[in-house]
Design a binder for this molecule. Sequence first.
Ligand code: GLN
Length: 542
Amino acid sequence: MTRFVFITGGVVSSLGKGISSASLGALLQARGFEVRLRKLDPYLNVDPGTMNPIQHGEVYVTDDGAETDLDLGHYERFTGVPARQGDNVTTGRIYSTVLSRERHGDYLGATVQVIPHVTDAIKEFIETDTDDADFVLCEIGGTVGDIESLPFLEAIRQKANELGRARSMFIHLTLLPHLTAAGEVKTKPTQHSVKELQSVGIQADILLCRAEHPIPADARKKIALFCNVAPERVISAPDVSSIYEVPLVYNNQGFDVEVCKHFGIGHDIKPNLDRWNNIISRVNKPEGEVTIAVVGKYTELPDAYKSLAEALGHGGIANNVAVNMSWIDAEIFESGDAIHRLENVDGILVPGGFGERGAEGKVAAVQFAREHRVPYFGICFGMQMAVIEISRSLASIHGAGSTEFGDVSDPVVGLLTEWKKGDKIEQRDHSVDLGGSMRLGSYPCSLVKNTLAYKVYGTKNITERHRHRYEVNINYAETLQAAGLIFSGMSPDGELPEIIELPEHPWFIGVQFHPELKSKPFDPHPLFKSFIKAAVDHSRLV
Ligand code: GLN
């Protein structure tokens, strides 16, 4: 029997609903339950694939090729359950479904309305493809009170009514601001937010209260009284130094016990939290530190590279070191002498990216890493920029460039027009829609023996997640190999270069895929583990 937990947020956005949901998922798993997590996003885009990462943060890609909200990354990192297309829906996708049904004649005779047609489509999403998990945790994006959220709140109200109390519950995450002048935390915004929820027919069962510090007992009592919940169901969610501490903080306060009690199941099981204790003791007691320069384009918003930052941290956990990330806008390397900023770092990483802005700065960063023997990790765009740099500097292909930036005399990186997906051939040209048309999701890759990549993975066949439109041009392979580049990972048909490396360098790897998407704190990705190890070795040299 699947139980449904609906998680909403109020007062302000960015409270960390995704991490709270993911932490609850992890705590339920620690009692032996199976969980699935999903996110309902009220915006009108069909998916976040076409959104600017500066506005919305990273696009998280699943094995089945869905471009989804970054919270699905948290879900996967905390629970290890691979996310998929059916775990993220938006208003845009719901309306597309409803409108195509209307055109098809499925509602013949009816006036198509938000209630019941849109709300029915939302409910259908909530209950489909749940794997019969013990718990499905549904996070509603946005903040209670937003106009866009209303159909979603109405749908979860109806759904909970249909399921009954024993199979559904509501958790509401709010903020308790601290007024320095008054010297106290204020509960009024939380009271208002709970009222707002009540006005759409939803009574929160548990309140998670975000605050800088733990909630004082009197504030907890007051919130309980005004918000119609028991005091032990007002859970304090204070700021912590590592997000991986959140499950432990919640467990300490009995959050998971209260959830289990609500459903009358599992509250007397002792959760196994070894995994989280182990991670936190490593995070809190590093034996050293390394600095990694991330040379990118969306550096002003840390969420734009969420999975990457987490994966670097996991590499640190695996090596017992703290990882300092220095986020550098690649454009600064295009003029002047800013390159000296890379002099004291232990590793350089060029992450995924799109468009010409900053590309030459990234090429300059690759050149610096190559010439100064600093560990280099190029991810997707970062691999493409490495191939451009090596083509120009080592293979004398002076006009080397990517057709992503327009016509170039030597397209060492070019538009991917045809590739194999299983038994099918996928085809694209410049005229396709931008949404959902990249080479997306999990693809197999064969590693070449006696290469660094093979040693790092310790196996020949791997699968990794992709999100790109351009690809290293295989027609230049011979020239590049003669110049010292190795193609250490290829698509199984041998057509698409997936991994490159420079054997003469201490650690120089470029990958066409996004390994950061599969890294977990309790199972760090081998490439990040090895890259951070190389950075540690480099830091000992200087
Ligand atoms: N813009 C490049 C491409 O589409 C790289 C994409 C990426 O880094 N994810 O191929």
